[in-house]
Design a protein around this ligand. Sequence first.
Ligand code: IYP
Length: 200
Amino acid sequence: MTTETSRTATISRQTGETDITLSLAIDGHGKSSIQTGIGFFDHMLDALARHGGLDLTVQVKGDLHIDDHHTIEDVGITLGDALHRAIGDKRGIERFGSALVPLDEALCEAVVDISGRPFLAWNITFPREMIGSMATEMVEEFFRALCMSARITVHMNGRAGTNAHHIAESAFKSFARALRMALSRDPRSAGQIPSTKGVL
Ligand SMILES: O=P(O)(O)OC[C@@H](O)[C@@H](O)c1cnc[nH]1
């Protein structure tokens, strides 16, 4: 089930692996209520909402007895779908955003293009395999699933870092700030589509 209004969307997605209900408001205040069953992933989605200026609720019943994969990937798919629906025709938005956000010794860079073309360039590595109950390899999978269903172009680069928690949090925060910039309204756009081809 899906409902959407300008700059908001609510999606319920059920499969044989996960049952997800997600609400998103792009012009939010960074308020979140996140329950995925994976503590560090909840913490990262909280940071995404807070620093992206998004209001975000995520409730998930996932097949965690197997592992974290389906839960994290399916949240990425659902969040990307909600983002795509909430953005709408992209009239009047900045379209491009970029951010470098540190967390202590870690520094990640995110560049976002609300392009209509799904693509992720990922250049971040982690010094260990798990952070709490979340596999570090799933950070990339989350962003790839989000980019594919949101139909956005994203580059994520790890500039520095030795602590896996710090690197992951720096990545989520840099993406949040870059997305916030790309979704902001361009006062000079006169409400036009930010593309020379007239459509995105
Ligand atoms: O966003 P802040 O830097 O104010 O807080 C980070 C803190 O919440 C916590 O996530 C953290 C601190 N060191 C690793 N993680």
